[in-house]
Design a binder for this molecule. Sequence first.
Ligand code: NAD
Length: 329
Amino acid sequence: MNLAVFSTKPYDKEYFEKFKNEYDIKISYYEANLKPNTAKLTKDFDAVCVFVNDVLNKKTVETIAKKGVRLIALRCAGFNNVDLNACKENNIKVVRVPAYSPEAVAEHAMALILTLNRKTHKAYNRVREGNFSLTNLIGFNLYKKVVGVVGTGKIGAAFCRIAKGFGCEVLAYDINKNEELEKNGVKYVSLEELFNKSDVISLHCPLNEKTKHIIDKSSIEKMKKGVLLVNTSRGALVNTKDVITGLKSKKIAFLGIDVYEQEENLFFKDLSESIIKDDLLLRLNSFPNVLITSHQAFFTKEAMTEITTTTLNNIQEFMNDEKLTNEVS
Ligand code: NAD
């Protein structure tokens, strides 16, 4: 089996190299994204491994099929970047990693909250420069605060457990209730009540037509003044312009985001020597109470191990003509 791994970063290669000897798979690495004009690189490969920003549209799929590719192995959960109809028409199977580490994302959400609230990032810089003043570093106790969780699937449930551990009152909104969480004291409420009552709001629902811009002008109006808002789910859950207005009016006192609606051309890249043209992101970055990380919530050793081994197992199943456990159909 010849596998081409696209959008390869050094850490992807490190993990594939660590586990590949347990499998009969020959791997070639490409830094480039897989998209229509790089699809010709797939000549002589049986399978391609891709990530969130690769473009598996009809054109790419048709080209890689002509080159002989029979399997697309996504090393992520989402598959919104793959034209599944084109895959079917061209007899290409698609597999993914449905869950790697919910705790990794939930813990990162809490890291954003703690950093924004207790300003450890500012304290770190101050103390290193010999400034031991506490002025403007004041935070608030999370204990007994109301935390609202939108989406209580795998990640949201892990986040609820963490918030409970801090002694918070946890309110949740989901179209499906998790009884286990209810037994542990999480209270399901309407989205409106969650917005009205929460001191901290963390988003963990998927992006779809119902959840797009779930945070916009009208939902921000319902929130408590001084709310701390965190998004580690998908950028387009948030209307960035409306959130900027909310920050300017001080309705939103803190914003932590690991995802951003227009992240595609920015995140995962070193642009430190480039002119960034995204004015909305630059405006967000100018607020002292906004913390942005570039889609790193998943990025732990445990999650990378799970992503790599599940991807290799998915490919091995295909090679052995076995039932594909993680097929996307
Ligand atoms: P999941 O499928 O286990 O849970 C999603 C939950 O959202 C489900 O309980 C579902 O009922 C609920 N939901 C669906 N529609 C809803 C709606 N309209 N309103 C409220 N709740 C709704 O998914 P998960 O593994 O917990 O992942 C959640 C999201 O986290 C993913 O969709 C993905 O966007 C994001 N994610 C981010 C990273 C990262 O690195 N930042 C990594 C992995 C996943």
